[in-house]
Ligand binder design. Sequence first.
Ligand SMILES: [Ca+2]
Length: 406
Amino acid sequence: MKKILPLLLTAIVLPGLASCNNNQKQQESKVEMIADFEQWGPDFQTIRITYGFGRIEQNEDKKFVKSGNYSALVRPLGDKTARFLPTFYFPLRSRTFDFNKGDLTKYSSMFCSVYNDNDFDMPVTVGFITEFETYYNIRKASGETFNLPANSWTEIEYKIDIDFLSMYFNVEEAPALYFEFEKQDAYDASFAPRLYFDDIYFTFADEIRKPIDTFILKENEICDFEEDFQKSFFSLTNVKKDHLSFDITEEVDGVKPTSGNKMLHIHSSASNVRWVNWSHFIISEVYMKQTAMAKLSVEEFEKQQWAFCYDVMVKNIESEQIVPSFYMVKNSNEAYIGGLRGYETGWTTHEIIFNKEYPVGPGNQPVTIDAGYILRIGQFHFSIPDEMQEYDIYIDNIRLERREGI
Ligand SMILES: [Ca+2]
């Protein structure tokens, strides 16, 4: 019996090993490596960081290496004055290193290993950069946020949804892959949290995919808040952290949407500041460029009178204002229409008529939403002031309406 046992074991173990090796080989051939951090270039050399990011360096402590000899020690900080959350990213094309990994139709997922060397959990958001010029000016597609539990390795899989991403950019030419953190309460990188990244790669899809156009709106709709994809184009700038929050909701607290089944609900918490701060609910430029607003031709714009309309209700506060602001591309020019007040009696429709002069704009100058804003429409804001008490804003059915011909 003693002699048979090792033979049996051998017989069982060897085929197991063989199939394991085959699997491994198959997996390797299905992988596009972005960085395994074994070499300085391109792995570290091509990384870009946002202003005030913190620090990234090569690590050789094996405890924090997933494979090979090295990994990347990432210490995100986030300068308090920086416009962006601390983000590092990998351009997917390089002339210097002669690669092009930007055709996302070939890939199914992004994988990476991260060790969170801190006594607290940390979130990281993964996604794609849609445009980068300088580290002052980058644009991101909404990503997916993963929790990194304290003192352990996490394997991240970020599924590459080309239908969703094709709303932002040509998915055959994705500019860059990003990792974004929250701002840390630290001033110096030596106090920043420690994270180790290793083996960042794309897996190949079984076949090349074609994106399906899911960005479909009703005629003259800017945003009715009915479609799931819309939410990923909304964001907030909070003057104070978590001062403002929003959700897309069905009927709530007796408030019913004015169109369809869903509406935007913005909640503002009470503030004790003694001066006016404005936070912003933002609809992204990428979104606005695909709406009825951007599809108006100049001829149509001049021939008909058009109005930008939305339904709004402010609850739990007597007198309130929100200020809609139109931007041209790249924030180069803003026009806000001020002086909209008093919604306490229920739903009201606001309209802003294009080509009409409004009395209050930047610097108290008259302002007109003219053809320039249609041809070069950028992001759109609702600006929302701090108040001493908490309150709620409901918005629905942002749309264009045709008025009489002129
Ligand atoms: Ca609606």
